[in-house]
Ligand binder design. Structure first.
Ligand code: G3H
Ligand code: 13P
Ligand code: ZN
Length: 315
């Protein structure tokens, strides 16, 4: 059942965070639904601009509709990840997305407000929820490159002004994370003091944490042992998710970790079975491993076991 992120946030705020997982293909979609149903967790499916153009923008929609029928128990929102203005308008018009992210964080403050407000007005007219971003994460996004050294954390006073002026429903804040598998060069970590200051100014307002993959060292070691080269990869400590949730983070974005599961499964499979070439063999293993991974993450986020509560709230 497709719901809005707003409904999910109302149930979760201050208690746990909802996992927001990116998908690009069939195997990820099946593993994602299976893992969330297994762990009885509500969840958010994220589709990036790159994912929309990977095959055809209608393809993932068709996969999600099919999965919704195969897993009738599942409760989830469908969300555009890191949209520009044109893509947001396209998703709003499609009638399929229950939530969009407008990412104008690379623009100056006033311009970010202006663009975000236009998207909010159009989305709200159709009952669609909007996430925006303020501050800049380090690392690499599809269309934005920000040097980690210059990454700008979200200013709490600006966050309050931004939310008041745009009417946005949730805000992605830069608190020290970055996208991808190489998040921290040294001993940096999450800036909880920034979250605390934002929550003080915006009580009960849902915050979003991007760049939240934990890049498990065991996974990295297995990938490297099977021919990969991911030296120095490092992520966020997943045991910090609950503290972030208490401070108002209700959505935690995870993409890279899923890619690592895919890479490990396929590298090990073809190393161990060089004579095989049926794509379904590693595909089956991946779906099962990805489902286990999702269930594990939901345990760390605190969303595992929350599906019934969300279902009852919706009635
Ligand atoms: O934040 C970016 C997400 O991990 C999506 O990545 O733009 O390569 O699909 P992508
Ligand atoms: P990771 O690269 O840490 O998985 O972050 C994903 C993300 O923020 C998607 O918007
Ligand atoms: Zn992101």
């Amino acid at each position: 059942m497709i719901v809005t992120t707003k409904q999910l946030f109302a149930a979760a705020y201050g208690k746990y965070a909802i996992g927001a997982y990116n998908i690009n293909n069939l195997e990820q979609t099946m593993g994602l639904f299976q893992g969330n149903v297994d762990s009885q967790a509500p969840f958010i499916i994220q589709i990036s601009k790159g994912a929309r153009s990977f095959t055809h923008k209608n393809m993932l929609e068709a996969l999600i509709r099919a999965a919704d029928g195969i897993f009738p128990e599942a409760i989830f929102a469908v969300h555009l990840d890191h949209g520009d203005e044109a893509t947001c308008f396209d998703c709003i018009a499609s009638g399929f997305y229950s939530s969009v992210m407008i990412d104008a964080s690379g623009e100056a403050f006033a311009k970010n407000i202006e663009i975000t407000k236009r998207v909010v007005d159009a989305a709200h007219a159709k009952g669609i929820v909007v996430e925006a971003e303020l501050g800049q994460l380090g690392g690499v996004e599809e269309h934005v490159k920000v040097d980690e050294a210059n990454a700008k954390l979200t200013d709490p006073d600006q966050a309050k002004e931004f939310v008041e002026k745009t009417g946005v429903d949730s805000l992605a804040c830069a608190i020290g994370t970055s996208h991808g598998a190489f998040k921290f060069a040294g001993t940096q970590g999450l800036h909880f003091e920034v979250l605390e200051a934002i929550q003080k100014r915006l009580p009960n307002f849902p915050l979003v944490m991007h760049g939240s993959s934990s890049v498990p060292q065991e996974e990295v070691a297995r990938i490297n042992a099977a021919g990969g080269n991911l030296k120095g990869a490092k992520g966020v400590d997943e045991n910090q998710f609950k503290r972030a949730a208490e401070l108002g983070v209700t959505k935690i974005n995870i993409d890279t970790d899923g890619r690592l599961v895919w890479t490990r499964v396929h590298r090990e499979f073809f190393r161990d079975f060089p004579e095989k070439f049926d794509l379904r063999d590693p595909g089956k293993i991946f779906m099962s491993e990805y489902a286990n991974f999702i269930a594990h993450k939901n345990g760390k986020l605190g969303s595992a076991g929350q599906i019934e509560f969300v279902r009852k709230m919706g009635k």
